[in-house]
Structure formats: structure tokens, C-alpha cells
Ligand binder design. Structure first.
Ligand SMILES: NC(=O)c1ccc[n+]([C@@H]2O[C@H](COP(=O)([O-])OP(=O)(O)OC[C@H]3O[C@@H](n4cnc5c(N)ncnc54)[C@H](OP(=O)(O)O)[C@@H]3O)[C@@H](O)[C@H]2O)c1
Length: 287
């Protein structure tokens, strides 16, 4: 997501943009003129504070997180240090420099019993990743910064540079190799195209939004349905896709069953207008 946010802000122009990541920049060279890059680990409170203090940004968008759900479950302390401790560091630094703050969060703060969810629904995470994201959200309430939270759900799209796989890129990669895949049909999400998410966050900046906003697609789909549509749009062999239930996997972290986000607030207040899932797949296919 961070890569597309940088791209969107470079293309919009008029910003002095500081991209922060771990290790060397993985952003595409053609954008390099548009931003400065800083290699900073968000768990290093001194480094974060020194950077934010020196630059005095108007806005801090905090999208860094440990996102691999099973790894988080098995490495709880590390996950807490990054997702909660790192957020605390970012928030403290933003407080000191009086920057506005956007925290990117997740549908995984919900229990998945009765989604789709509106912004005010109480959290009830079923795994450690979701728990750390919910704990980080709570830090906003005690902070003196002007804060906003952008919750999103199952992000997909082409990576701009080196990035992790997502549902669409994974299905495409496997089917292109002719490898069979098992995909769950008993979980529900509202998948979000990464460019829509970046646009939604840019709208939040433009509107100086505060409070919680849900930014996701509107199509309500199971991963199995997403896989079938991906195969259809990319002209791949859908007979390689096996429909399964979550119970057929033994994964370290439980997944919430029915999440997905209602985005009425973002549509009304931000003019957020995400693409449909198939339109977004077609866009990916044409690139
Ligand atoms: N992807 C989804 O489906 C999804 C759904 C809901 C919410 N979200 C939220 O959206 C945000 C962006 O996620 P994403 O999909 O872009 O995930 P991602 O591809 O895993 O990106 C997370 C980034 O955070 C960086 N990071 C991790 N630990 C760090 C640290 N200690 N210091 C500095 N950087 C660190 C990672 O760097 P490395 O690459 O070096 O690890 C990576 O660049 C996250 O807050 C996530 O919780 C994502």
C-alpha cells in the first residue's frame, strides 16, 4: 500500500514527500524524483522521533506493520513490538511535531461473526495480528494529535516494486504455472484494490478527515469466488482451483469468517468511489 500511496502523492504533485521504509527503497526508479526516502525501523523510537522532529511533516500516514497473520501468531512479542510499539513511537513523534496522523488498520480487528462492519462496530479480534492492530487503534484515543484511522480489507493489485503476494497475484502465479490450489469458500471479504485504497487515503488528507473510515471495495466475495474471477479475467485454467472450507487448513492463526467493510461513510464524506472487483481485475490484466 505504501508504494501506491507514494505514487499517488507524487502524481498529484504539490507535496514534499518523505517515504519511510526498512532497508533500501523498493519504490520504482521513475518516481524517485518525487520523494525523499528514509531507511528507518519504526521500533526504534529515537530514530522515528529524530526523523519526524527534523522534518516536521504536516501529515504522517502510518502504514507500516507486521502483516503476516500466521507469523504474528507465532511471534507475538515481535508482532506487538512492531504493531503496537511502532505505532506508539510514530504517534509520540507526530504529537511532538503537531503533525496530523492517519493510521492504516484492518477488518481483522473484528470477530467475523456478523460482517459487513460499520465504523462503530466493537472490535473483537480472533487472532494476535488483529489484536495488535486493535490495541494500536486504541492509542489514537489517548493522543493529542488530530488522528484518523483508515481500515481496509484484503488488499490486492500489482506490486510496483518488490512486494508480498496478494490473493490475485498468488492465484495468477499458481495457475500460470499450472499448479492446483485450494481456496476457501466459507470466508467473506470486501477485497480492496490497492490504488483505490491509496486514493481513499489521499482523499482523507485532502479533506483533513478525522475519526474512523472504512476504505474497501464493495463486492462481497469469498476467496474462492475471487480466485474463479481472477482465472476468468486472466484466461487461466479454473479447473485447477479447488473449493475448500477453512477447516481443511491447519493454520497457526484463526481467520475471522465474515468480515468485509461497509463504506457508506467514506462514499458520502470523502467521495470514495472504489472500482468493482472485475473492473479492477481487467485493469490489472491490461497493464
Ligand atoms: N494487505 C492487506 O490485505 C491488508 C488488509 C487490511 C489492512 N492492512 C493494513 O494495511 C497496511 C499496509 O499493509 P500492506 O498490505 O502494504 O502490507 P505489507 O506489504 O506487509 O507492508 C507493510 C510494510 O511495513 C514495513 N515494516 C514492517 N515492520 C517494520 C518496521 N519495524 N519498521 C519499518 N517498516 C516496517 C514492511 O517492511 P518489510 O517489507 O521490510 O517487512 C512493509 O514494507 C498495514 O497497516 C496493514 O495492517 C493490509
Amino acid at each position: 500500500m505504501g508504494q501506491y500511496l507514494v505514487k499517488g502523492l507524487v502524481e498529484e504533485g504539490g507535496h514534499q514527500l518523505l517515504a519511510v521504509g526498512r532497508g533500501p527503497s523498493r519504490l520504482p526508479a521513475e518516481l524517485a524524483e518525487g520523494f525523499k526516502y528514509y531507511n528507518t525501523d519504526i521500533t526504534d523510537g529515537y530514530a522515528v522521533e529524530a526523523l519526524v522532529d527534523a522534518q516536521g511533516p504536516d501529515w504522517v500516514v502510518h502504514a507500516a506493520a507486521m502483516t503476516q497473520v500466521d507469523f504474528c501468531e507465532q511471534n507475538r512479542d515481535l508482532c506487538f513490538e512492531v504493531n503496537v510499539g511502532g505505532t506508539e513511537n510514530m504517534l509520540k513523534a507526530a504529537e511532538k511535531s503537531q503533525s496530523r496522523f492517519i493510521y492504516v488498520s484492518t477488518d481483522f480487528i473484528f470477530d467475523g461473526v456478523d460482517g459487513l462492519y460499520e465504523e462503530g462496530h466493537p472490535p473483537g479480534p480472533v487472532n494476535w495480528y488483529g489484536s495488535t492492530k486493535a490495541q494500536a487503534e486504541k492509542l489514537m484515543a489517548d493522543s493529542s494529535v488530530a488522528w484518523a484511522i483508515a481500515r481496509t480489507c484484503l488488499v490486492y493489485g500489482h506490486g510496483l516494486g518488490e512486494t508480498r503476494n496478494n490473493i490475485v497475484s498468488w492465484v495468477k502465479e499458481k495457475l500460470e504455472k499450472g499448479e492446483p490450489i485450494k481456496v476457501v469458500d466459507d470466508q467473506v471479504r470486501t477485497p480492496t484494490h490497492v490504488e483505490d485504497l491509496a486514493k481513499g487515503i489521499i482523499r482523507m488528507i485532502q479533506k483533513s478527515a478525522t475519526g474512523i473510515y472504512h476504505l474497501s471495495g464493495e463486492d462481497v466475495l469469498t476467496p474462492y469466488q475471487m480466485a474463479l474471477r481472477t482465472a476468468a479475467v486472466f484466461g487461466l485454467d479454473s479447473s485447477l482451483i479447488e473449493q475448500v472450507d477453512a477447516s481443511s487448513f491447519s493454520q497457526p492463526a484463526r481467520r475471522p469468517s465474515r468480515t468485509g467493510l461497509r463504506i457508506t461513510k467514506a462514499k458520502n464524506e470523502l467521495g470514495f468511489a472504489p472500482m468493482g472487483f472485475e473492473a479492477a481485475l481487467l485493469k490489472m490484466y491490461q497493464k
